[in-house]
Design a protein around this ligand. Structure first.
Ligand code: SF4
Length: 423
């Protein structure tokens, strides 16, 4: 495995591992941000009416504007094995492509029901690709909620795509940024990389499903978020090298993330300092008023988005918050190797979910703010505990210097709302 020359750091704390009842959204949720990013792809969920309801309510308003997602509903007969689901899938794909001839890539997204009946979507993708004679690409991945959390949907999607990326020739050095970024953030990073003389830079996924960057032994990789570890490993197997870095959340995180690429490209220190000086100062100024509101406040994270550790680092180091407990669904030490040493010594870390004991600890700790899933937030609010929905942290553009203030603002808002209600 190629990892740039930095030792993998050891966790600075004891990690409690818990397994039990979970309360998280499934990977289908990630279709909401993936379909906004990949603007010419269609996401066809192969699932039940429950899956259709989830995706329609998560993506809400978009159903009025020719959405690029749909659900091929598995009926009771399919689930009982009495009907050929593949015929139904072919029929729905035919309908979609007749209505949307501009679609060039169809993602067949598996669900809990399709996994339970062992519907072979890889086979179906191959059959459909042959039927459409290569005019449409079919890619399958799983968005099932069995033992997963919602951000894993993106990872599975990118992992499937990563396997089919073209091969870069040896000597073709490039930077690959892995993980969905909103277009505005992507453009900010393009400008900064350009000013630093780092390039060529490719983003994965790109805005078009056909925009497939080549990968090879001279591809250096930065991850835009910590939940694309599976895709990163597939790219590493294809020769790419991971640049260990903190994630680009907050002024400090963004600076260090850019620094990892700058070091790999041997950018002189004074050039780096000059290029980032103004945006770094802007980010610090934007965070400062939030720091006043957040400093000394206590925060707990329940395991949900996999963003918990980088956000805990940002809130502690840049906003002065005290970390009561940081729970994360999965703790991938390789992917988080540059983040772990930035947590304060002795941070209470928990990997995995066991809902009841975790809620008991939140009730005993009574933090000022708890970051958790939607389903848990309302009961905690009813008990007088302030919450932040973790899903908002994924739906909102939060990476980069110019988003640092907005990111901090996501945490001050629930606290200032409480203060206003009290008045
Ligand atoms: Fe529910 Fe599973 Fe469908 Fe997600 S994939 S909506 S968890 S049945």
């Amino acid at each position: 495995m190629n990892v740039a020359a930095k030792p993998v750091n050891v966790i600075p704390a004891t990690v409690l591992q818990e397994r039990g009842q979970r309360a998280v959204f499934c990977g289908l949720t990630s279709i909401v941000w993936l379909h906004r990013k990949i603007q010419d792809a269609f996401f066809l969920v192969v699932g039940s009416r429950t899956c259709a309801h989830l995706i329609q309510s998560a993506a809400g308003v978009m159903i009025f504007a020719e959405p690029r997602f749909a659900t091929a509903i598995l009926q009771d007969r399919d689930l009982a094995g009495l009907a050929d689901c593949n015929e139904e899938l072919d029929r729905v794909v035919g309908q979609v492509l007749a209505r949307r001839p501009e679609v060039k890539t169809v993602f067949l997204v598996g669900s809990c029901p399709s996994e339970v009946i062992k519907l072979d979507l890889a086979n179906a993708a191959g059959r459909l690709a042959r039927a459409y004679e290569g005019r449409v690409r079919f890619v399958d991945y799983s968005g099932s909620g069995i033992e997963t959390t919602f951000t894993q949907g993106e990872d599975s999607c990118l992992q499937s795509l990563a396997a089919s990326l073209p091969v870069a020739k040896a000597g073709e050095r490039s930077l690959l940024v892995v993980g969905t970024l909103s277009d505005v953030v992507e453009e900010q990073f393009i400008r900064l990389f350009d000013e630093l003389g780092i390039g060529p830079v490719r983003f994965f996924p790109g805005r078009s499903a056909g925009d497939l960057p080549a990968v090879g032994p001279d591809t250096l990789m930065l991850l835009a978020q910590p939940y694309v570890g599976g895709a990163a490993r597939t790219l590493i197997e294809r020769g790419a090298t991971l640049l260990p870095a903190p994630y680009p959340y907050g002024a400090e995180g963004t600076r260090d993330w850019l620094q990892a690429a700058a070091s790999a490209w041997n950018v002189p220190a004074d050039t780096f300092a000059r290029v980032i000086e103004a945006p770094l100062a802007r980010a610090r100024r934007a965070v400062a008023p939030h720091r006043e509101a957040l400093a000394g406040k206590r925060i707990s994270f329940l395991p949900d988005s996999q963003l918990e550790i980088p956000l805990a680092r940002f809130l502690n180091r840049e906003c002065g918050m005290d970390l009561v407990e940081v729970c994360t669904p999965f703790l991938d030490q390789q992917i988080l190797s540059a983040e772990m040493p930035l947590l304060p010594e002795g941070t209470r870390l928990t990997e995995g979910q066991h809902l009841d004991p975790q809620l008991d600890r939140v009730r005993a700790d009574r933090p000022d703010l708890t970051v958790c899933g939607l389903g848990i937030a309302n009961p905690l609010e009813a008990e007088g505990l302030r919450t932040k929905w973790s899903i908002e942290l994924v739906f909102t553009p939060t990476q980069g210097f110019d988003q640092a203030g907005d990111l901090a603002g996501l945490f001050t808002r629930p606290l200032s709302r409480t203060a206003k209600l009290r008045v």
